[in-house]
Design a protein around this ligand. Sequence first.
Ligand code: IMP
Ligand code: MG
Length: 209
Amino acid sequence: MASYLQIADDEKGHDLNLFCIPRHYENDLDKVIIPHGLIMDRTERLARDIIQDMGGHHIVALCVLKGGYKFFADLLDYIKALNQNSDKSVPLTVDFIRVKSYCNEKSTNSVKVIGGDELSHLAGKDIVETGRTMQTLLSLLSECNPKMVKVVSLLVKRTPRSSGYRPDYIGFEVPDGFLVGYALDYNEYFRDLSHICILNDHAKEKYRV
Ligand code: IMP
Ligand code: MG
C-alpha cells in the first residue's frame, strides 16, 4: 500500500498572513493547509520512490490537465534531477491529457477526456476524490494494452463518496473539504496560487457559475 502524509480532519492549517498570497485572493481563503515548500519536499520523495520502483523501464509520463500541471512539472523536475545525478537513470517522454468533471465545488456525472496521443505508464494527477475520473481514464488507457500503468496523485481525499480506488503513489491524504491552489481550481480560479488552501464561503459565491 502507498504511504502518504496524512493531513488530519482537525488540522487547523496556517494563518494566511504568514505566507505570500496574491492580493486578488486575500479575501477568498480561510487557511493555508499545505504550504508550497511541503508540497515540494513530499514530491521530491515521490520522485525517488518512483525511480527506485521503475528499474530501467522507459516511462511515458502522462499529465492529467489542468489540475495536475504543477505537480506533474515539479515531479518530473525531481525525476530529471535524479536521472542526471546518479548512476541509474530512467528514459522519460511526456504526454498530456485533459479531463473535466467539476462545476462549482461539485463533481458532475460526466468525465470528459480530451487529447493524449501516446499511451502511458505513469499518470500524474492532482487529486482523487471519488476516484471516478481516474477509473474512467484507466479503462481508456487499458484499451491500448500498456505494459504497466502506475498512477501518482498528489492528493487523495478522505470521503464517504470514495469508490475505494487508490493510486499507486500518494502525496497527501486530505480531509473532505474543497481545496484550491497549486493548480487545483474553483471554476478555473486559484490555479495561480502556490499553496494549497481552503476556500471560504464568500469565495464560493463570488466565483460561482
Ligand atoms: P473524482 O473523479 O471524484 O476522483 O474527482 C477528481 C477531480 O475532481 C480532480 O481531478 C479535480 O479536478 C476535481 N476535484 C476534486 N476535489 C477537488 C478539490 O478539493 N479541489 C479542486 N478540484 C477538486
Ligand atoms: Mg477543476
